[in-house]
Design a protein around this ligand. Structure first.
Ligand code: TPP
Ligand code: MG
Length: 399
């Protein structure tokens, strides 16, 4: 018997769960003295009894859809199209943003210049946008998360996205590990004084790269087996690590379409591999067009990975969106964010702010009020989460 906001419900738990033992696993019930939790548990049981599992699941999904400010609704495979970690739960950023931004800008510039310069005298090709779109993702990890090797720690293991190699070279140059000559000879290893291989390759550059990742899909799948193998080494007593390394894999959203990329994701959940972190750079774009023009790759991947038992942390909107989202009391902004497809979002990025005001916010006149105080230029500069170090830091820390 329990009293919930004026409703008195009487639940005979045995009766409800007598024939559904699996749903009634006692250990998964909320019974921790948390009044709200126990109240919801009772209503849930009552709904299950009276409405059946299908309708109850539907109702729960509907309620979870309203949880836009909450970190992770527990039902359904996708969560609302907002950051998983709400602004008020975000940790303080531990670094010096000005210095880090400057370092990042220099690295991003050198990465771009290296590719462009090589192509001004040769036809070697090379990628610019992969790193340009993931510079923040890498820099936050480099500055705050990746751990190097020590006597009794093997160092974290990183599978770099192959096409982002210019960014890794540009950082190594800033760190003094490569010199100008190397950068001048990007993709020209036989040039005088040596050069840099197009992509991560331990055979071509044994002192630099650990894993060949550029045939897309191999990085993601190898990272999973690596994480599994690290567990094997420990279980067999073949290594004696004081601390377990994390395995990080950086992949592109287009890369996720390679069958190898997602081919082994269930292994991670099945083997309880909490030593692996994937960072999927969802720039919505691949070489030849949008990854999902008429859909949402972030949501699709979230559904697949959560369905396979992963903990998914989404970073979609940058800090400037926080106050706009906070003023969306009716959920209309969220609705707009959810109904837009990736093709729409790609269009907003290349058009001036006036276009986004008219077509994104303006679809529902009430939404225009949320951005009345912003100029077109400010609207154009509303950052996406993956370019916002604070948001990326929060996600990595939680991961
Ligand atoms: C197996 C394989 N097929 C094709 C390519 C050629 N290729 C290089 S980059 C790229 C698109 C990558 O898109 P995405 O994964 O979204 O990365 P982004 O550059 O957007 O970060 C393709 C098809 C490749 N490297 N490997
Ligand atoms: Mg992409």
């Amino acid at each position: 018997m329990l009293n919930l906001a004026g409703i008195t419900v009487n639940v005979d738990k045995k009766e409800i769960y007598g024939s559904r033992a699996s749903a009634a696993d006692e250990s998964s019930k909320i019974q921790n003295g948390d009044k709200w939790g126990e109240s919801l548990q009772s209503v849930f049981e009552l709904a299950l009894e009276n409405q059946g599992p299908e309708r109850t699941a539907k109702l729960l999904e509907q309620l979870a859809g309203q949880l836009r400010a909450a970190p992770r609704p527990s039902v359904g495979t996708t969560t609302p199209y907002v950051n998983t970690i709400p602004a008020e739960q975000q940790p303080a950023y531990p670094g010096n943003r000005d210095i880090e931004r400057r370092i990042k800008s220099i690295i991003r510039w050198n990465a771009m210049a290296m590719v462009v310069k090589a192509n001004s005298t040769t036809n070697v090709g090379g990628h610019i946008a992969s790193f340009a779109s993931s510079a923040t993702l890498y820099e936050v990890a480099q500055n705050h998360f990746f751990r190097g090797a020590t006597a009794d720690f093997p160092g974290d293991i990183v599978y770099f996205q192959g096409h982002a190699a210019p960014g890794m070279y540009a950082r190594a140059f800033l760190e003094g590990r490569l010199d100008e000559r190397h950068l001048q000879n990007f993709r020209q290893e036989l040039a005088e004084g040596g050069g840099l291989s197009s992509y991560p390759h331990p055979y071509l550059m044994p002192d630099f790269w650990q894993f060949p990742t550029v045939s897309m899909g191999l990085g993601p799948i190898m990272s999973l087996y690596q994480a599994r193998f690290n567990r094997y080494l420990q279980a067999r007593g073949l290594v004696n690590w004081k601390e377990e390394p994390k395995v990080w894999a950086f992949l592109g959203d287009g890369e996720s379409d390679e069958p190898e990329s997602l081919g082994a994701i269930t292994l991670a959940a099945r083997e309880n591999l909490d030593n692996i972190i994937w960072v999927v750079n969802c720039n919505l774009q691949r070489l030849d067009g949008p990854v999902r023009g008429n859909g949402k790759i972030i949501q699709e991947l979230e559904g697949l990975l959560r369905g396979a038992g992963w903990n998914v942390i989404k970073v979609i909107w940058g800090t400037q969106w926080d106050e706009i989202i906070a003023r969306d009391k009716t959920g209309l902004l969220l609705k707009r964010m959810e109904e837009c497809v990736d093709g729409d979002f790609q269009k907003y990025v290349v058009e001036p702010g006036s276009y986004t005001r008219k077509h994104f916010f303006g679809k529902y006149p009430e939404l225009l009020e949320l951005v009345n105080h912003l100029t077109d230029d400010q609207i154009r500069k509303l950052l996406r989460g993956g370019h916002d170090a604070r948001k990326v830091y929060a996600a990595y820390k939680a991961a």
